[in-house]
Design a protein around this ligand. Structure first.
Ligand code: BEZ
Ligand code: FE2
Length: 407
């Protein structure tokens, strides 16, 4: 048994003072330090610095580790030039991204307090690193391929990767999962098969959806910038699906849709009605010039969102607190304290609910994943702790995963 105490604890009831948490791999009890010490006299007591806040470990629901080598290769500013640059540099970037580079980024995420991340994997190359990483990893095996001719082969390869992630050792903290690349890049037949696999094994399911104006125009009219892309690389001029057909394919299984910046209110309402959720990636959206997700309407629609980093293919770091700070700037019209609270919720309890994990909250019975944030001085008003956490924390001071100290 271990006991950790800090000046504040972020609980489902808000920030609470003068409490401590007793835990093994799960949270056993929350009470005053004296109470816990007398109840568990053998427990190791973990100190935290003054002005520390104990958070449930942060959760980054959407990241692509395989693009971790990108710094100045990919073109930012607008979606299609970026996608063209991905095609041009993909091989070099994936080649340059070895296990050391990827592990470095897992550790960078950890220093920002991330104890769980959702890794989108196109080829399965990241599995070894994700098994060794200190965090829990929702390992999203990605299905891609719009060409019917190659669909069976691509689906076969995808299923091999799914099986490999299902047979990882329990100690690796790998959670197998499925990702659909996007409506324009996955043939509807294999899409439906993959959704059925997710349903059969109850695996987390995710898909990029309505990221850019180009995607919307292609799916709606078979026109726009994606038209010449498909002509050039795939010798086709018609999209394999449309917005409605793609959305309806997920009707019976809650899915985590990434981006949705180009979704209209009717589509967002539909996603909410079916119990789906959104991964919101502020910096990626800004760097690719695709628009702003209107997060201010999501609450009224009952649509849950997480803030996530996406990969270094469209970002400058995988630090989740960098992402939240950028989000505060992107959503400049929103009341800042309320937004900071919503963001903290989005990377803790919301993200855990989205991924179906028993963490993300400091409450008895939850998994013992924690991030300790140390504020530079005493917060003068409790209602501002979320904001000061986001603004002042570049790196957290301690991290625990599954009850073990990893930082
Ligand atoms: C496709 O298979 O259709 C595809 C793959 C990568 C990017 C875009 C489309
Ligand atoms: Fe992504």
């Amino acid at each position: 048994m271990k006991i950790i105490q800090s000046d504040y604890i972020y609980t489902p009831l808000g920030y609470q003072e003068n409490l401590a948490v007793a835990f093994t791999d799960t949270i056993k009890e929350i009470a005053t330090l004296d109470t816990l010490k007398s109840k568990y006299p053998q427990a190791e007591v973990i100190e935290t610095a003054a002005n520390s806040v104990l958070y449930p470990g942060f959760i980054n629901t959407h990241v692509h580790l395989e693009f971790s080598a990108n710094k100045t290769s990919l073109k930012y500013g607008s979606f299609m030039p970026w996608l063209d640059s991905v095609i041009e540099h993909r091989e070099d970037l994936v080649g340059d991204c070895d296990n050391t580079v990827m592990m470095g980024e897992c550790e960078a995420m950890m220093r920002s307090g991330v104890t769980t991340f959702g890794a989108i994997s196109s080829f399965g190359n990241e599995l070894e690193v994700c098994e060794k990483a200190p965090q829990r990893v929702v390992f999203y095996n990605e299905l891609i391929g719009s060409n019917a001719q190659y669909a069976d082969m691509l689906y076969g390869d995808f299923m091999e990767r799914v099986k490999a992630s299902q047979s990882c050792d329990k100690a690796s903290l790998i959670i197998p999962a499925i990702a659909i690349h996007s409506p324009y890049s996955v043939h509807p037949i294999i899409l439906q098969k993959a959704v059925n696999v997710a349903k059969q094994y109850k695996l987390p399911l995710s898909a990029h959806f309505l990221e850019s104006q180009a995607e919307r125009e292609w799916l709606e009219k078979g026109e726009g910038e994606l038209k010449s892309f498909f002509k050039k690389y795939f010798n086709t001029e018609v999209p394999v699906t449309n917005i409605q057909e793609f959305m309806y394919a997920f009707d019976t299984y809650p899915t985590h849709f990434t981006h949705c910046v180009q979704a209209n209110k009717v589509e967002l309402e539909y996603l909410a009605q079916k119990g789906h959720t959104i991964a919101h990636c502020p910096r990626s959206n800004r760097y690719l010039g695709v628009g702003r997700l209107p997060i201010e309407i999501l609450k009224d629609l009952g649509l849950k969102y997480s803030v996530a980093t996406d990969g270094l293919s469209s970002n400058d770091s995988l630090n989740i607190l960098d992402e939240l700070r950028a989000g505060l700037m992107l959503h400049h019209q929103a009341p800042i304290e309320k937004l900071a609270h919503s963001f903290i919720e989005s990377i803790t309890s919301n993200a855990a609910d989205i991924l179906g994990l028993n963490n993300g909250r400091i409450a008895v019975g939850k998994l013992a994943d924690f991030a300790v944030v140390t504020l530079p001085e005493v917060p003068k008003r409790e209602e501002e702790i979320a904001l000061w956490t986001v603004l002042h924390t570049k790196e957290v001071s301690q991290v625990f995963v599954d009850g073990e100290k990893v930082l």
